[in-house]
Design a protein around this ligand. Structure first.
Ligand code: KIV
Length: 276
């Protein structure tokens, strides 16, 4: 546990080095992300879309999120693990927010939670932080309330909307958040926010001036083919490679090329003889 990254490390990285964050939802991928030295792993509610095949992140609940968060924390030795609070856990039931945030820490062994901006965001953030749980904010495009903010679109494109984002970031910093995700925000607005607050900004579709970056792992590995937002850089396209391996397996089973001798177990001939 010597190299375990803490909230304090994330805060002190501001203006010194860029921060890295990726999502993960299971043991094998979380192990690899951790071994790569990524600072923060988000067990994102993007689980709904990229793993569970659902249409909206509002369709995952505490049970699914905790199940996946537990698999991730079993794998991770160094990265700070952040549990993404699902819609039902604080927006549908604001009075349950502390109880649910505690479940991410106590049951799933996460180090912090993340919340998206919504009307009661500041009250909920305050309560969770007062309970001793570190909170990462999330402003800009907030998928849990996308219909209310005009859909899956870049946010803060006029001065008034941009000012609202700046005010939200300042308010979240005042409440004690340790970092804020900026999703789909013009790069110059992300830069203004980054300069105005003392806590790190983590961008996704928010340009290069943020203090750090996050991507959904299935997007950057080419494991999610339904749609690809403009801000995603695909570092490898795994889906066709996996497809090819699956078809090769099918063909080798059909043609009895698999399993070969090296994949099979043997019995001594004398033992076999005893069976007549
Ligand atoms: O759920 C998620 O993956 C997220 C990231 C896009 C930041 O919230």
């Amino acid at each position: 546990m010597e190299n375990k990254i803490t909230v304090r490390d994330i805060l002190s990285a501001k203006n010194k080095r860029k921060l890295t964050m990726l999502t993960a939802y299971d043991f094998p991928i979380a192990s690899m992300v951790d071994k790569a030295g990524i600072d923060m792993i988000l067990v994102g509610d993007s689980l709904a879309n990229v793993v569970l095949g659902l249409e909206s992140t509002t369709q995952v609940g505490m049970a699914e999120m905790l199940h996946h968060a537990k698999a991730v924390t079993r794998a991770v030795k160094n990265a700070l693990v952040i549990g993404d609070m699902p819609y039902e856990s604080y927006q549908v039931n604001p009075q349950e927010c502390v109880k649910n945030a505690k479940r991410f820490i106590e049951e799933a062994k996460c180090d912090a939670v993340k919340l998206e901006w919504f009307e009661q965001c500041l009250e909920v953030t305050e309560k969770i932080i007062q309970a001793g749980i570190p909170v990462m904010g999330h402003i800009g495009l907030t998928p849990q309330t996308a219909e209310k903010i005009g859909g899956f679109k870049v946010q803060g494109k006029d001065a008034q909307a941009a000012q609202r984002l700046i005010d939200q970031a300042i308010a979240l910093e005042k409440k004690g958040c340790f970092a804020i995700v900026l999703e789909c925000v013009p790069d110059k607005i992300a830069e203004m926010i980054t300069k105005k607050i003392k806590i790190p900004t983590i961008g996704i579709g928010a340009g290069v001036f943020c203090d750090g970056q996050v991507l959904v792992i299935n997007d950057m590995l080419g494991l999610f083919e339904r749609y690809r937002p403009k801000f995603v850089k695909q570092y490898i396209n795994l889906a066709p490679l996996i497809q090819k391996a699956l078809e090769e397996y099918k063909n080798e089973v059909i043609s009895a090329q698999f399993p070969a001798t090296e994949h099979s177990f043997t019995i001594k001939p004398e033992e076999l003889d005893k069976l007549g």
